[in-house]
Design a binder for this molecule. Structure first.
Ligand code: BV8
Ligand code: ZN
Length: 242
């Protein structure tokens, strides 16, 4: 199956890799639906789904910032894994477009070009008051909760929370790439979060073949031409070594 999928990729002109938290799991970054049970952490009594929301931030901004800063330090200490490396090389060598739900910077650190982050980036803070102010932050030494220097509203991670709309430019670019690709390689996503997950059916309806790499079936399984069950770090490099 890996061989057949690899041959499909080898002869494809335009490939989009659509990734989720499973792409970074082997780098030690917990997936969204793993338990974030860091002993004694402030936020263990919360569910990530509530922490990653404006309501969660309004209710307990300290807990939300503590959770993001713990994730930031984890990402700073992590390394891109072989799946990031393979997708980065393919973006440099054959124009593969990375459309990711992930907010980490591991694809960038692996040297990927043309990364579209649908849910924003954890490596920046932006003003929650939407005055437009934003600041790049040091993932290894992230700042605590603080006011925006321009308008006084609180600064928050530059990510898209549940209930918030996706950055229009990223969404438009992702839709265009998915309407034109020959192969959509879906890596490490439960395909449960919309509108991002809708891109899989969108690509299929525009004639793309669908290859899924995941350690277990997902909501996208029914759309797959090939479903390769196993860790991304092992399978993805094999798809590009032809
Ligand atoms: C919006 C950034 C409206 C933050 C994230 C009811 C029905 C349908 C939709 C909705 C609904 N109620 C509400 C909604 C909308 C909601 C939504 O989809 N909810 C879902 C949960 C039902 N969506 C939104 O709110 C979106 N906005 O709709 O706005 C709007 C419109 C106009 C104007 C104003 C408002 C915003 C969604 C974005 C939320 N932000 N992240 C942060 O990261 O802190 S989403 C979050 O989930 C992460 O980005 C994550 O990437 C994403 C998706 O999860 P996955 O990446 O798939 O990760 P997960 O843990 O789920 O799965 C990991 C997978 O990897 C698994 O399948 C596992 O098997 C696999 N795996 C594990 N290890 C490996 C592996 N695979 C390979 N190798 C391995 N080693
Ligand atoms: Zn501001």
């Amino acid at each position: 199956m890996i061989d057949a999928a690899g041959k499909l990729i080898a002869k494809a002109d335009r490939i989009v890799a659509f990734s989720g938290a499973g792409l970074s799991a082997e780098s030690g970054i917990p997936t969204f639906r793993d338990s974030h049970a860091v002993s004694g952490a402030l936020w263990t009594k919360y569910d990530p789904m509530t922490l990653a929301s404006p309501e969660g931030f309004a209710a307990d901004p300290q807990a939300v910032i503590a959770w993001y800063n713990w994730r930031r330090r984890t990402i700073a200490a992590a390394q891109p894994n072989p799946a990031h490396q393979a997708l980065a090389a393919a973006s440099r060598n054959s124009g593969l477009v990375n459309v990711t739900q992930n907010v980490d910077d591991l694809l960038h650190r692996a040297g990927a070009q043309h990364v579209i982050q649908l849910h924003g980036s954890i490596a920046v803070d932006r003003c929650h008051g939407q005055c437009g102010h934003y600041e790049a932050i040091d993932l290894a030494n992230p700042p605590d909760l603080r006011p925006c220097v321009r308008c006084g509203e609180p600064m928050r991670p530059g990510v898209v929370w549940f209930g918030e709309s996706l950055p229009a430019d990223a969404w438009t670019a992702a839709e265009r790439a998915c309407s034109q690709c020959d192969v959509l390689l879906v890596v490490g996503t439960s395909a449960a979060v919309y509108p991002a997950a809708g891109l899989i059916n969108y690509a299929k309806s525009h004639g793309s073949r669908i290859i899924i790499v995941n350690t277990q079936p997902s909501e996208a399984s029914r759309l797959a031409d090939f479903e390769l069950i196993g860790p991304a770090g092992e399978i993805v490099p094999q798809l590009f070594d032809r």
